[in-house]
Design a protein around this ligand. Structure first.
Ligand code: BG6
Length: 517
């Protein structure tokens, strides 16, 4: 399909709250020059500015304990944008975006930091005259600081706009949201003791990815999927988030987290929910999240004695990545030599409801696998009767239809179909029917954070994790986390650059196979 015959008449289903205007906003980034802010948030703000998507009145405040002047923050932010923006920055747009940035230096537990933030925000309010500014606080810090920042914001009355002002206040919280069910519940209690749920935006950047949202578009704007989207027609679902990279310089965080907490509990469970959820009434935040929570509730948390049979973990050993020799996990800088943190996790889950009963959902993620691939593969059952090959029992079975949603590396959707090989004989071979984002649409996909920052400023929480959703995710993961932490069984190793540990094969049922990473 070329862009010319692309019926870009937008689908009314996916026009939702994104039509809401973005009100004038003051955005405060805690951890304003941290890694995430430099690599993702500041470049996302730049690209929004470049597209004219930011509100006309937009103020940026950075804060962390680094002593710095406003001018130094401006310079460092510009540097980060030049380095990490997906498009070459236009210096005029960059100057306009950063012209009035402010930096507040202070520790996150010091009340003085918040008094100064309050002063800066009041100053912006005053300059806006009669126009009321929304406020957004973005917590892009180590998770240990989330509770203290939230409490301090509340203690300084920063959870509401000043009495004479009409704006909204929002708080955006980065991952990880808790490290166990109990800690996620505790964090929710702290956050909801200060903010109302409608003010809270828990980030899962996978939800900001175009192809992840495309799952909703594909499932709910095409009639052809629904009739087969159930246990009668689907053999299994396989969700993969493979990475070729190691842990880089993130040992401090990663060794305490591991693959299950880092990727499965949040990103992969979101993918599973979008695939398995019932059609929502509309795309409003609560309707979509209600349906996702129902999916999570239908996954029974595994009993301790079931865990070894439905989960496999592994840790990468030395090997090769893109032709280079690379170290094993235990040799990575900052990783304790006896660490038992998993860098690979695979699970077999079941969504126990009418639609999905009996269909295995295989989830798999790992660092230092053969390549970077994020995909969901839906394998349909074989045809009920093999007309091809007559009654010959030795005739090779036909390949099943597989529908693959690829998020990375090449965003798109492909369907494998059986087709006749040209010639005088009836021979069937699988062929691919592909839709590629890159060729069907001319425009470049925005970065996930662009979409998410806009939505948070608009007040649309559809693509954010709700409190009960985060807890429901942990309820499933918690028993696995504890079992793995307590287990003294040897941790399977896999060579860097490989497909992961051989033990993962044991999870597969009824002839299912892992797709190649
Ligand atoms: C992050 C994890 O949330 O997601 C990282 O902490 C991981 O370990 C990353 O590399 C993967 O995101 P993406 O967008 O590159 O698939």
């Amino acid at each position: 399909m070329t862009p010319d015959d692309d019926p870009t008449a937008e689908n009314p289903l996916i026009e939702g709250l994104e039509r809401l205007p973005v009100r004038p906003t003051s955005l405060v980034i805690f951890g304003g020059l941290g890694d995430l802010s430099k690599r993702k948030l500041l470049p996302a703000l730049y690209n929004l500015a470049h597209e004219g998507a930011l509100p006309e009145r937009f103020h940026l405040v950075g804060t962390s304990r680094s002593p710095m002047s406003d001018a130094e923050f401006r310079e460092d932010a510009a540097q980060a944008i030049r380095q990490f923006s997906r498009r070459e920055p236009d210096e005029t747009v960059l100057d306009a975006l950063l012209a009035e940035v402010r930096w507040v230096a202070g520790t996150f537990d010091d009340p003085e930091t918040y008094s100064r933030i309050a002063e800066v925000l009041a100053d912006f309010d005053e300059r806006a005259g009669a126009l009321s500014l929304n406020r957004a606080f973005y917590l892009s810090t180590a998770p240990d600081f989330f509770p203290v920042i939230v409490e301090q914001l509340g203690g300084h009355g920063l959870n509401r706009c000043a009495d004479d002002r009409a704006g909204d206040v929002r708080i955006v919280i980065e991952k990880p949201f808790g490290t166990t069910l109990a800690s996620a519940e505790a964090l929710n209690r702290t956050v909801l003791g200060v903010f109302d749920e409608r003010q809270v935006f828990r980030i899962d950047h996978y939800l900001g990815k175009e192809t992840v949202q495309n799952m909703l578009a594909f499932r709910f704007s095409n009639r052809m999927f629904e009739p087969v989207w159930n246990r009668d027609h689907i053999q299994s679902v396989q969700i993969t988030a493979g990475e070729d990279i190691g842990i880089g310089s993130r040992a401090g965080y990663y060794d305490g987290a591991g693959a299950l907490r880092d990727l499965v509990q949040n990103h992969m469970m979101q993918l599973l929910c979008l695939l398995a959820m019932e059609p929502p009434i509309d795309l409003s935040a609560d309707e979509v999240r209600n349906e996702k929570v129902k999916v999570l509730k239908a996954i029974r948390p595994p009993l301790p004695e079931e865990i070894d049979g439905m989960s496999v973990r592994g840790q990468y050993a030395a090997g090769q990545s893109s032709g280079d020799e690379v170290a094993g996990y235990l040799e990575e800088e900052g990783v304790p030599a006896d660490s038992t943190t998993e860098t690979y996790a695979a699970l077999r889950l079941h969504v126990q409801n009418w639609r999905w009963s009996g269909v295995p959902f295989y989830l798999r993620t790992g660092k230092r696998l053969a390549r970077k691939v994020t995909e969901i593969a839906v394998t349909l059952k074989p045809v009920p009767h093999m007309a091809f090959g007559g009654f010959d029992p030795g005739h090779a079975p036909l390949s099943a239809n597989v529908l693959v949603f690829t998020m990375q590396p090449n965003e798109g959707v492909s369907l494998s179909l059986g087709a006749k090989i040209p010639g005088t004989r009836m021979k069937i071979r699988p062929v691919q029917m592909d839709f590629q984002y890159g060729t069907s649409f001319v425009s470049q996909s925005p970065e996930a954070y662009e979409r998410l920052i806009m939505d948070a400023m608009r007040g649309d929480a559809t693509l954010f994790t709700r409190n009960d959703e985060a807890e429901a995710q942990w309820r499933i993961m918690d028993p696995i986390v504890s079992r793995w932490e307590d287990s003294d069984a040897a941790l399977p190793q896999y060579e860097a650059g490989s497909q992961g540990p051989a033990e993962a094969e044991t999870l597969l049922r009824d002839g299912d196979r892992w797709r190649r990473v």
